[in-house]
Design a protein around this ligand. Structure first.
Ligand code: GLN
Length: 426
């Protein structure tokens, strides 16, 4: 059924940029069937999964949706890919994305944009748009993406699937091509919270190849503490917020109250400045990371980078330059500490926070992305996802009852809590 979905939907959705050979997939499926027959299936036996194209894979090219890496093949599998395969998953293909993870709409791809099914030309969201659409259309039952500033959560919100960004350090980044190392996390996209939790537990595994990967990562064991206290960050109630999102948000809070939870306001005053800090820090780290694509160590000549990547490298290089780093890079790092401090204070009062994931309930069309209304910056789209990234916190986006994506934020290490709270919104 995954192969049927791929042949029917991929030509229009452009979710997968490389598909494994049919005979290879069918022989793996036959092996999986054997394991079920003999009563020895592993946790993900025979489950088709899609891999964002910035995770290296030994049997398929890895391009990060960049012409610079056109045709590049890695000699090894990323740890996350290896763990999925060891659990019995079948990798159907590599998923479309914004070039090197830089974007919010999956329109910055050398392979062309990934779009949602349905023919309206709505973008998949970015940067893990191909992964979200692969899950939405049944090309895969789950997918992995990377979330640096919202790249798993925004496409999940736009496409109506579950998107989990774990705590920083709980899943190995070994073999994930870095965008901004201090922010990059391996995220999961799935049809429901239970599936996301299963993949999270399989992937949260120590890895000596990633020194930021925890020796004993948190698992999703359920937290018995009751009644729940749900925080509502007032700063997320932005004037530009789509009324449809505000309505789903308030319906969710009412439902939590009705179920016996305490729902209390919390304050995160640095929410908006956090966006500016992110767009200094992420390009600064990216500028350093991308220096290796110099046409000698990796890649083709530099002019093969897309416009957005060039912009980030220039911004990042400037932010790190001798004359500017105090007022940009250092200032942004201070703001990052402030964001962490505000979350830490708020989480002494609450178990989790429930808030929007995106400013609008629906994704824009390709045309709207290409011709934004004057004054609109694409970067504003990330205002609700970036703070958790700066603080390294776990966050999950779940399509609430009416399909509008809501976000649940938790304490560092407490994926169990965010998944538990998210499940109540399904
Ligand atoms: N949209 C954000 C950016 O372009 C986040 C991307 C991501 O998480 N990879 O940087």
């Amino acid at each position: 059924s995954a192969l049927t979905a791929i042949s029917q939907q991929n030509p229009t959705c452009n979710a997968l940029v490389h598909v494994a050979s049919e005979s290879h997939l069918l022989s793996q499926a036959a092996e999986a069937t054997e394991r079920y027959r003999s009563g020895t299936p592993r946790a993900l036996e025979g489950i088709p999964v899609a891999i964002k194209d910035n995770f290296v894979t030994s049997d398929m090219p890895t391009t990060c949706a960049s012409a610079v890496l056109g045709g590049y093949c890695s000699p090894f599998d990323a740890t996350a890919v290896r763990l999925l395969r060891e659990a019995g998953a079948i990798v159907v293909g590599k998923a479309n994305m914004d070039e090197f993870g830089m974007g919010s709409f999956n329109t910055n791809s050398a392979h062309g944009a990934a779009v949602q099914p349905g023919g309206e030309g709505r973008v998949a969201g970015g940067s893990s748009g191909g992964s979200a659409v692969a899950v939405k259309t049944g090309m895969a039952l789950a997918a992995i993406g990377s979330d640096t500033g919202g790249s798993v959560r925004l496409p999940a919100a736009y496409c109506g699937v579950v998107g989990l960004k774990p705590s920083y350090g709980s899943i190995s980044r070994f073999g994930l091509v870095p965008y901004a190392n201090s922010l990059d996390t391996v995220g999961v996209l799935a049809n429901n919270v239970a599936d996301a939790a299963l993949l999270h537990d399989i992937l949260s595994h120590p890895d000596p190849n990633d020194m930021t990967c925890l020796p004993a990562p948190p698992t999703t064991k359920r937290n018995p503490r009751r009644p729940l206290t749900i925080g509502v960050p007032a700063e997320y109630n932005q004037a530009q917020l789509d009324p449809a999102v505000r309505e789903t948000w308030s319906r969710a809070l009412t439902a939590f109250e009705a179920a016996g939870a305490d729902v209390v306001p919390v304050h995160l005053p640095s929410t908006v400045p956090a966006l500016a800090a992110y767009y200094v820090l992420a390009p600064a780290e990216a500028a350093s990371n991308l220096a290796k694509y110099d046409g000698v160590r990796y890649g083709k000549p530099r002019d093969a980078f897309g416009d957005e990547v060039v912009r980030r490298v220039l911004v990042g290089t400037f932010a790190l330059s001798a004359g500017a780093h105090e007022s940009y890079y250092i200032h942004a790092q201070r703001l990052r500490r402030q964001v962490v401090g505000e979350f830490t204070a708020a989480f002494t009062e609450v178990d989790a926070m429930v808030c929007p994931a995106a400013l609008t309930a629906q994704a824009p069309t390709i045309d709207e992305v290409k011709h934004p209304k004057s004054g609109d910056s694409a970067y504003v789209t990330d205002v609700f996802t970036v703070p958790a990234s700066l603080a390294g916190l776990p966050a999950v986006v779940v399509p609430a009852w009416d399909g509008v994506g809501l976000q649940v934020l938790g304490k560092w290490g407490d994926a169990a809590m965010v998944l538990d709270v998210a499940e109540r919104l399904e």
